[in-house]
Design a protein around this ligand. Structure first.
Ligand code: SAH
Length: 256
């Protein structure tokens, strides 16, 4: 017996502000009969869905109860097999961190055809909030998007080596999920790059509650604590920030 098949679209919701959704993302959200958003996706974006869509938040934030990954994948697979148009809505770009790649692999392995709608990733939105071109030709040859999650002495990113490469090759570092491990990241990076390298932290980039602070690598962790900056934050380290060094104070920025 042939099975009715729906579709699955993995959609990037951008950094939060609905104005930063792509046209393709809006169309996909409007077409959903089943919508499975992560919890960084704002209510204003969910409001774009059809009133008849079945919306089930399946968020996943550090330490909080969340829907296990296998359950999310099972929900998608059974809804698609039941003929639904499933939109899996993830913050930023669905393929930059946030397990988008894993989800895509498993759904494809289960025989589900998934299409991807890309979104503006938080690192780019954070640079936009600071007014900083991440690859300004006079200061940087490239940019590294790197996770600060699961950082420990023995696993994860070799921050000392990364600091050295970033310094020698003029790369801007854009650190996702770096708040919890900030003091470790700072101390290890400092072994590879100068302590006075400019740094910045952007909390809730693109949202009305957006805040940022500008500091140096040496004062990164203290600045996070002083201003009580919490996740979601992007940390930027590199000389592209040097024009901002006069702005030491915490400054709220009104998104355009
Ligand atoms: N796929 C997402 C990243 C998911 S990982 C993207 O492309 O943006 C989650 C991390 O993204 C957060 O811990 C934080 O580091 C960052 N992040 C997401 N939204 C953010 C925002 N509005 N402002 C600052 N950082 C954000």
């Amino acid at each position: 017996m042939s099975q009715a098949h729906g579709t699955c679209i993995l959609v990037g919701a951008g950094p939060g502000n609905p104005d930063l959704l792509t046209v393709q993302a809006i169309r996909a959200i409007q077409s959903a009969t089943v919508l499975l958003p992560d919890d960084l996706v704002s209510p204003d974006i969910l409001a774009l869905a059809s009133p008849t869509a079945c919306i089930t938040p399946v968020g996943k934030r550090c330490g909080r109860a969340s829907t296990p990954q296998e359950v999310i994948e099972h929900m998608i697979i059974s809804a698609v097999r039941a003929g639904e148009t499933v939109v899996r809505l993830k913050g930023g770009d669905p393929c930059v961190f946030g397990r988008g790649g894993e989800e895509l692999d498993r759904l494809r392995a289960a025989g589900i055809a998934v299409s991807v709608v890309h979104g503006i990733t938080a690192g780019v939105a954070a640079a936009g909030a600071l007014g900083t071109p991440l690859t300004h030709r006079h200061h940087a040859h490239g940019v590294v998007f790197v996770t600060g999650h699961a950082t420990s002495a023995s696993t994860g990113v070799d921050w000392q080596a990364l600091g050295q490469v970033a310094h020698q090759s003029k790369l801007t570092l854009v650190i996702y999920m770096g708040v919890q491990a900030a003091s470790h990241i700072q101390s290890q990076l400092q072994r590879g790059m100068p302590a006075d390298t400019p740094a910045a932290i952007v909390e809730n980039a693109s949202l009305p509650q957006q805040r940022h602070a500008v500091c140096t690598l040496a004062t990164l962790s203290a600045t996070l604590q002083q201003h009580k900056l919490h996740s979601p934050c992007i940390i930027v380290v590199g000389h592209v920030l040097q024009g901002l060094q006069g702005l030491q104070a915490l400054s709220p920025i009104t998104p355009p």
